[in-house]
Ligand binder design. Structure first.
Ligand code: SF4
Length: 249
């Protein structure tokens, strides 16, 4: 996608960042591609199975200047940059960062849950990776991280925003809809989500078995079978297979 014109970057523009690292993209259409990751810290959701709690349940890190992030990304040598989280679309400054990265000729993937999309201030993005959250993501009652169930209610109310997802689909021709699945029961929910959206193709739909360990043979089999039947894509977690559940990979 042609980058939008770069605006003059306000001095001191910054984003909360949990971590940056160089690795291989583990998921989605660009799995296996060497990429520099910028993980913002902070999320409007609290998935029970979140694999980056240090960017959601207990956000870590501090403010990093956009200028420094762009320099670090360019110096990493990777042609692909992944802006992930947490939830990058929560932060207006993500638009500034992605425009700066694009102006350096870098390919930008954004990984989002698709609950926030301000049509007037969308970022630059070459691959919009949207991961709509199904009910399997809602924290369980009694989750010790959520006394009183405040986040459970908030998460349930926020986790699906079809209007926001549609805005992203309409704006970004390169996209993927990545669903984390725990069992067959998730399929009806996925169908409901897809029925509420326009303009997607079967090849945009990815199913990824949930878990921070390689999926069992049985889980791999049923997910693969569904993908074959529906012409969807099986989404591995290559980084888990290569490095395990290790931070910075
Ligand atoms: S949306 Fe992503 S970062 Fe936020 S809680 Fe869910 S899995 Fe974690």
């Amino acid at each position: 996608m042609k980058p939008l014109p770069v605006m003059e970057l306000e001095q001191g523009a910054a984003l909360p960042v949990a971590e940056t690292f160089l690795s291989l993209q583990g998921e989605g259409k660009l799995a296996g591609v060497a990429s520099f990751f910028i993980r913002v810290s902070g999320c409007n959701l609290r998935c029970g199975w979140c694999d980056t709690p240090y960017a959601s349940w207990a956000p870590e890190g501090g403010m990093r200047s956009i200028a420094a992030l762009v320099t670090e990304a360019a110096e990493s040598g990777a042609g692909h940059i992944v802006l992930t989280g947490g939830e990058p679309m929560m932060f207006a400054r993500s638009a500034d960062l992605t425009r700066e990265l694009a102006s350096m000729g870098l390919h930008v993937t954004i990984e989002t849950a698709g609950t926030i999309a301000d049509a007037a201030r969308l970022p630059h993005c070459d691959l919009m990776s949207i991961s709509p959250k199904l009910s399997n993501s809602t924290p369980k009652e009694g989750d010790t991280r959520d006394p009183g169930g405040v986040w459970r209610s908030r998460h349930q109310a926020r986790r699906l925003n079809l209007e926001a997802i549609q805005t992203l689909l309409d704006r970004f021709p390169e996209r993927q809809l990545k669903f984390v699945v725990c069992g067959h029961g998730d399929l009806a929910e996925i169908d409901d989500v897809l029925h509420g959206l326009r303009g997607w193709a079967p090849g945009d739909v990815l199913l990824m078995p949930e878990g921070v360990k390689p999926p069992t043979a049985e889980a791999r089999r049923w997910v693969a079978q569904v993908c074959v039947e529906r012409n969807w894509r099986y989404c591995p977690r290559l980084h888990i297979e290569l490095f395990g559940n290790t931070r910075g990979t």
